[in-house]
Design a protein around this ligand. Structure first.
Ligand SMILES: Cc1ncc(COP(=O)(O)O)c(C=O)c1O
Length: 310
């Protein structure tokens, strides 16, 4: 059995939890031990990356921001004519069944995946996928490792950019993440944890796996949103800033402003908000990217998660 290795640290590293060795995985309505959970080699997701996914978190038996995740999933699937084969209530039922089979209620991360299903021949045309969608749900006990907060993330600006929406719109949370994977490889080869990606005009956009924010003179800045994943956490942070009188701007900015930020952080469902300690070897601020605005946003977000999963 392939076990997760404790010594491989990434920006999505969770504390070791031996219970994850025996989790049950949902495959098209059937629960299987992780060693036996399989999809066909003809599956559209395996063959072409033709599928959509959501990463979600379970607290107190409730999925945080379930409606926001379902909006993104159903919108993405509609946009590529992928019929999920069930409504939101059906998806929730599948999630509930998987959580129950694993006895999971809290500090759980889930990857919900839907593909165009099994093909009759190994070629691209969507009409070769004839047996309906494939749905897989992987849930793991998951608490981000504390070193992510303590040490912060090191970013390297990478040559791989976020493209224009008429190539592959970054708003598709598609199985095919090759653009992001290439960026991540480039960052790793530059000795960093994650890649900072620019947009086609050279403005700072996002990272390969998370959304990116800076803080300058008390103001929170993030990209316009035109070329990045429409992250659920990103939107919650923007909304929280607006509701709590923290100035926030979705705007173009360059590396010049990012290097000289007072604070910087990443957002994503896995790690909520994670400080960025340095970018291309330049230290951010005086406390590993952290500062009073980051701390306040982190607290506000934690309270929002708690309130919405009560
Ligand atoms: C490329 C990318 N950016 C950002 C995010 C963060 O999105 P969210 O806040 O919805 O988890 C993700 C997560 O799926 C992602 O894949």
């Amino acid at each position: 059995m392939l076990q997760p290795q404790a010594n491989v640290e990434t920006t999505h590293s969770a504390e070791d939890d031996p219970r994850n060795a025996d989790i049950q995985i949902y495959v098209d309505g059937v629960l299987k031990h992780r060693d036996d959970a399989k999809v066909s080699v003809y599956d559209s997701g395996f063959m072409l990356g033709d599928g959509m996914w959501e990463g979600m978190r379970l607290y107190n038996g409730k999925w945080a921001f379930f409606d926001d995740h379902m909006d993104r999933l159903f919108d993405s699937c509609k946009a590529v004519s992928l019929d999920i084969g069930m409504d939101r209530a059906g998806v929730l039922e599948a999630l509930t069944m998987t959580a129950a089979a694993n006895g999971m209620t809290h500090d759980v991360h889930c990857r919900l995946m839907v593909t165009r299903g099994v093909k009759i021949h190994p070629f691209q045309h969507p009409k070769l996928s004839q047996s309906g969608p494939t749905m897989v749900i992987i849930m793991e006990h998951s608490k981000p490792v504390s070193t992510l907060q303590a040490k912060g993330i090191r970013l390297a600006t990478v040559p791989q950019v976020r493209g224009l929406p008429m190539s592959q719109d970054a708003k598709y949370n598609s199985h095919s993440k090759l653009n992001c994977v290439i960026a991540c490889l480039q960052a790793e080869q530059a000795g960093a944890d994650e890649g900072l990606m620019l947009d086609p005009h050279g403005f700072v956009n996002t990272t390969n796996g998370c959304n990116f924010f800076i803080v300058r003179r008390g103001e929170v800045w993030t990209s316009t949103g035109d070329y990045c994943m429409n992250g659920v956490t990103r939107q919650k942070v923007i909304d929280l800033c607006r509701a709590n009188d923290i100035p926030v701007h979705e705007r173009n900015f360059s590396l010049f402003e990012a290097y000289n930020a007072d604070e910087a952080f990443l957002t994503g469902t896995f790690g909520a908000q994670t400080p960025v300690a340095d970018i291309d070897g330049r230290a951010i601020g005086t406390d590993g990217g952290r500062g009073p605005v980051f701390q306040r946003i982190r607290e506000l977000y934690a309270a929002l998660v708690q309130e919405s999963t009560r």
